[in-house]
Design a protein around this ligand. Structure first.
Ligand code: GLN
Length: 481
C-alpha cells in the first residue's frame, strides 16, 4: 500500500485544499449573514430595504433553516447523482453567484435570487466538503480526529474574518460592497478548490448509490414539481416574507417526523438499533433547543447590538456585524482546550448525553446573562465588552454540543440508515434556525428581561430533564456512549 501523505501539518496535502475551500466558503457565508438583517431592516436612506425588524430577523432565520434543509438535499445529490467532489464544486459556483446577485441586484428581488442561490449552493457544499475530509484517511488512521479539528479551525477562521470585512465595508461604503466581498471570498475558495482538486483521491469522485434511468427521471420530475409548487405558493401569496420562518419550521418538522417514522418502521433494522433511534429523539430535541438559542446570533442579537449596545464605547465606532466574529474567535481559542480536557479526562469524561445537557444549559446561562446585561439602562447603553463576554459562553456551549452531535448521530445510526441520521441532526439545526427567526417577533427592547429570561430558563430546564433521563437513555443506547 502507499505511504500516507504528510504535506500539511503532517496531514494529506488535500486537507490544505479542503481547509482553504471551507475557510473561504464560511468567510462568505458568515460575512453575508452578519449584515443581512441590517440590510433588510435599515431604512432606504441608510441603504437598506426598510422592512420591520421582526420580519427582517424572521427572513434570516428562515434562510438559516433552509440552508440546513438543503444540506440534506446536497448529501442526496452527492450520494445519487454527482459524487461529493463535483457537488462541492457546483455548490461553490451557486454560492458565488448568490453573493453576486446580492451585490448587484437592488431590492427584495436581489435578496430572493441571492438567498435562493446561496441556499442551494451551501446545501451542496457544506456537508459534502466535510465528507471529503473523511475520505482522506483510512478508517483506522489515527490522524483522523486531528484532521477534523484542523478543518474546524478553518471553518472558524473564515467565520471570524468574514463579518469583520463585510461589517467594515457596510458601515464605511455600502451593503452591496459587503455582499461583493462575500462573492470575492467564495471566488477565492473556488480557485483554490479547482487548483487542488486532483489531490483528492478516487473515493471523492465515486457516486456511492447512483440513480439510473427511470428513477433519475422520476426524481427530476418530483424536484421540478416541488419548485413549481413553491413558486405558485409565493405568487399567490400563501408564502410571504412575514410567515416564511413559520412555514420553514413546519416543513422541517414534517421532514424530521417523516425521517424518524421511516427509520423506526423499517424492517431493515434490529430491535437494538430501534432502541438507539429512540434514544436519539431526546438528543434531537435538545439539539433543536440549543440551536434555537444559538442561531439568535443572526436574528435577535444583531438587533440588540445595533440598538442597545454603545458602539462608540471603545473610542472608535464598532460595526455591529463585528459581534458575529466574537464567537468563532473564541472557538479557535477554546477548541484545543476542550479537546485537551476530553483527552485528559479519558474514560472519566462526560458522556454524550451529559455534553448535550451542558451545551443547552450553557446557552440558557448565556441568555440569563443577557437579562443582567440588558438591565444596564435603556437605549444604546450596554458595554460592547459585556456582549462579547456572553458570546464566550456561546462558544463554550458550542464546544459541548456541536462537535459531538455529528459523531453521536453516526454512532446511533442503524446500519441501513447512516446518512439519514446525519440528515436528522442537520434538521435539528434547521429547526432551531427557523425558530430563532420566529422568536424575533417576541423580542423588543422593553421586554428584554422576560424574553431572555423565559428562553434561558426553558433551556436550563430542558438540559436538566435530559440529565434526569440519563439512566433510561443509557439502556436504550445499548453500549453507545
Ligand atoms: N459554526 C460552525 C459551522 O458553521 C458550526 C455550526 C454548524 O453549522 N454546525 O460549521
Amino acid at each position: 500500500t502507499e505511504t500516507p501523505q504528510r504535506g500539511f501539518f503532517g496531514h494529506p496535502r488535500a486537507l490544505a485544499n479542503l481547509f482553504g475551500t471551507e475557510m473561504w466558503e464560511r468567510f462568505s457565508f458568515y460575512g453575508m449573514q452578519a449584515i443581512l438583517a441590517f440590510y433588510l431592516y435599515y431604512s432606504v436612506t441608510e441603504g437598506g430595504l426598510g422592512l420591520p425588524k421582526a420580519t427582517a430577523a424572521g427572513i434570516v432565520g428562515a434562510y438559516g433553516g433552509l440552508v440546513y434543509l438543503a444540506s440534506v438535499g446536497g448529501a442526496w445529490v452527492a450520494d445519487r447523482l454527482l459524487g461529493a467532489e463535483r457537488t462541492v464544486f457546483f455548490g461553490g459556483v451557486f454560492i458565488m453567484c448568490g453573493h453576486i446577485a446580492l451585490a448587484l441586484i437592488p431590492g427584495l428581488a436581489g435578496v430572493a435570487i441571492g438567498l435562493v442561490l446561496v441556499i442551494i449552493g451551501t446545501g451542496g457544499l457544506k456537508s459534502n466538503v466535510s465528507a471529503l475530509v473523511g475520505t482522506l484517511y483510512a478508517k483506522d488512521d489515527d490522524r483522523r480526529d486531528a484532521g477534523f479539528s484542523l478543518f474546524y479551525m478553518g471553518i472558524n477562521l473564515g467565520a471570524m474574518f468574514g463579518p469583520i470585512v463585510t461589517g467594515w465595508l457596510q458601515t464605511s461604503v455600502s451593503f452591496h460592497l459587503g455582499f461583493g466581498a462575500a462573492a470575492v471570498g467564495m471566488a477565492a475558495g473556488l480557485v483554490q478548490y479547482v487548483l487542488g482538486r486532483r489531490n483528492l483521491g478516487p473515493d471523492a469522485r465515486v457516486v456511492p448509490n447512483p440513480l439510473t434511468g427511470a428513477a433519475r427521471v422520476r426524481a427530476l420530475v418530483i424536484i421540478a414539481a416541488g419548485v413549481v409548487a413553491v413558486a405558485l405558493l409565493v405568487i399567490f401569496g400563501a408564502i410571504t416574507p412575514e410567515n416564511l420562518p413559520t412555514v420553514v419550521t413546519w416543513v422541517v418538522l414534517a421532514a424530521a417526523i417523516a425521517y424518524f417514522a421511516v427509520i423506526l418502521s423499517s424492517r431493515k433494522i434490529t430491535s437494538v438499533e430501534r432502541g438507539r433511534v429512540f434514544a436519539f429523539i431526546p438528543l434531537f430535541v435538545i439539539s433543536f433547543g440549543f440551536w434555537a438559542l444559538f442561531q439568535q446570533q443572526f436574528t435577535v442579537l444583531p438587533i440588540f447590538a445595533d440598538t442597545r449596545v454603545d458602539l462608540d464605547a471603545l473610542g472608535f465606532p464598532i460595526p455591529p456585524a463585528v459581534f458575529n466574529s466574537v464567537e468563532p474567535a473564541f472557538v479557535i481559542v477554546l477548541a484545543p482546550l476542550f479537546a485537551y480536557l476530553w483527552t485528559r479526562l479519558g474514560e472519566r469524561q462526560p458522556s454524550t448525553t451529559v455534553k448535550f445537557s451542558l451545551g443547552v444549559i450553557g446557552m440558557g446561562v448565556a441568555f440569563l446573562l443577557m437579562v443582567a446585561v440588558s438591565a444596564t439602562g435603556s437605549g444604546p447603553a450596554v458595554n460592547p465588552l459585556l456582549l462579547a463576554l456572553i458570546l464566550v459562553v456561546f462558544a463554550m456551549a458550542e464546544m459541548c454540543l456541536s462537535p459531538v452531535g455529528l459523531s453521536v448521530s453516526t454512532k446511533l445510526a442503524p446500519k441501513a440508515f447512516g446518512a439519514q441520521m446525519v440528515a436528522l441532526f442537520f434538521l435539528s439545526i434547521a429547526l432551531g434556525s427557523s425558530v430563532a427567526g420566529e422568536l424575533a417577533a417576541y423580542y423588543s427592547a422593553d421586554n428584554e428581561p422576560g424574553y431572555f429570561g423565559i428562553l434561558g430558563g426553558a433551556a436550563i430546564v430542558l438540559g436538566l430533564v435530559l440529565l434526569g433521563l440519563r439512566p433510561v437513555l443509557r439502556r436504550f443506547m445499548h453500549g453507545v456512549h
